[in-house]
Design a protein around this ligand. Structure first.
Ligand SMILES: *Cc1c(COP(=O)(O)O)cnc(C)c1O
Length: 370
């Protein structure tokens, strides 16, 4: 039997902090403030501080965070919003839910983030916002994106769902624009034990508005200033996230260490391209993504050897059936389309062992030298 190496190992993490988690859950059962209440209030403060942002609104998921940030900033019908086609569909679902239309621009070949050089030509008079995604935990080129947005009078919000702890020129991803949107989906760098998300911002008016929309437009009990919805963060999840937050910097350090180790083990293999970090960027290494020839064959071989590698994401969004209505033919975004056929995410989590990484590397080297 080959060893089993999962893509992420949530059991190993739980075992390392079991006492903290169990007592956080017990605390909520004891005070029984299940909806909003002190856990969510405290998490919002603690997470904002951790990010280096002034304010935070806890919400139900990362998808909701993106939607709420866009809506609270006035994005809606008759607008279009620019993002990359190489992301999870949540980014564009959130855009569509505001009533706006998604407009894609192609990606950079090394980091898979939005290519700022292609932005200007995609902007028209209905463009209202840009949503750069810090994909795989690597920061987007904000210093090129933000001046274009400013010149064109556009809103920028970051999809930082994969980028807790990513650093761009000394600042945390998610704090570089009007608002940063985080996901606490269990497998993310900071994961709840269910769905949760957050928006961080230095604009208290914006965060207040997001809190209000996410809580039925309520200013006080049974007074509804506007029609909102239920997009609240669950208090049990907030308590779990509070228990995990003190460990997050250590986990991100571990990810960096393990990513460096992969890069040492895998350098110089013909047919295999290593992930990069751009100047003045520190990736949060949500995923360690290599590019390989014969990707599907390679993935099959790794799976057969007990290695749960993955593909994030196999089909660019403009080619998904759900976006046929946008009318982008094959060939619209050649970089994103080419990269989607070559990317392969290797197992990476703070607890992955040296032996596990050596085994993954050995299997890859065998595949490419056979
Ligand atoms: C996970 C993710 C989201 C959505 O977050 P959920 O909490 O699952 O709703 C959005 N964008 C990206 C890039 C993601 O990876």
């Amino acid at each position: 039997m080959p060893p089993k190496i999962p893509l992420v190992d949530l059991k190993a993490q739980y075992e390392s902090i079991r006492e903290d988690i169990d007592s956080a859950i017990r605390r909520v059962l004891d005070h029984r403030a299940f909806i909003r209440g002190p856990e969510v209030d405290s998490f919002e403060k603690e997470f904002a501080e951790w990010c280096g942002a002034k304010y935070c609104a806890g919400v139900g998921s990362g998808t909701e965070a993106i939607y709420l940030a866009l809506r609270a900033l006035g994005v809606g019908r008759d607008h279009n919003v620019i993002t990359s086609p190489h992301t999870f569909i949540a980014t564009t679902e959130a855009i569509t839910l505001t009533g706006a239309e998604t407009r894609f621009v192609d990606t950079l070949p090394d980091t898979f983030n939005l290519d700022p050089d292609l932005l200007e030509q995609a902007i028209d008079s209905n463009t209202r916002a840009i949503v750069p995604v810090h994909l795989n935990g690597h920061p987007a080129r904000m210093d090129e994106i933000l001046p274009i947005a400013e010149r064109e009078n556009l809103i920028v919000i970051e999809d930082a769902a994969q980028a807790h702890g990513a650093i761009y020129k000394g600042k945390n991803a998610g704090t570089l624009s009007e608002a940063g949107c985080f996901s606490f989906f269990p497998g993310k760098n900071l994961g709840a034990y269910g769905d949760a998300g957050a928006v961080v911002s230095n604009d208290d008016g914006l965060i207040e508005k997001i809190r209000k929309i996410s809580n039925h437009g309520r200013s006080e009990k049974y007074i509804h200033d506007i029609e909102g919805f239920n997009f609240r963060m669950d208090s049990l999840q907030a308590a779990i996230l509070r228990a995990k937050l003190p460990h997050l910097n250590g986990w991100i350090e571990k990810r960096r260490e393990k990513a460096r180790r992969y890069s040492d083990l895998l350098q110089g293999i013909k047919g295999l391209t290593l992930p990069v970090e751009e100047d003045e960027c520190l990736s949060a290494w949500h995923l360690y993504v290599i590019q390989v020839d014969r990707r599907d064959e390679c993935l099959e071989e790794l799976n057969a050897k007990g290695i749960q590698a993955g593909i994030h994401y196999p089909i660019p969004l403009h080619l998904q059936p759900a976006y046929a209505y946008l009318g982008y033919p094959v060939g619209s975004f050649p970089v994103a389309e080419r990269v989607a056929k070559k990317i392969l995410s290797l197992p990476l989590y703070p607890e992955i062992s040296d032996e596990q990484q050596v085994y993954v590397a050995k299997c890859l080297i065998q595949f490419f030298t056979a």
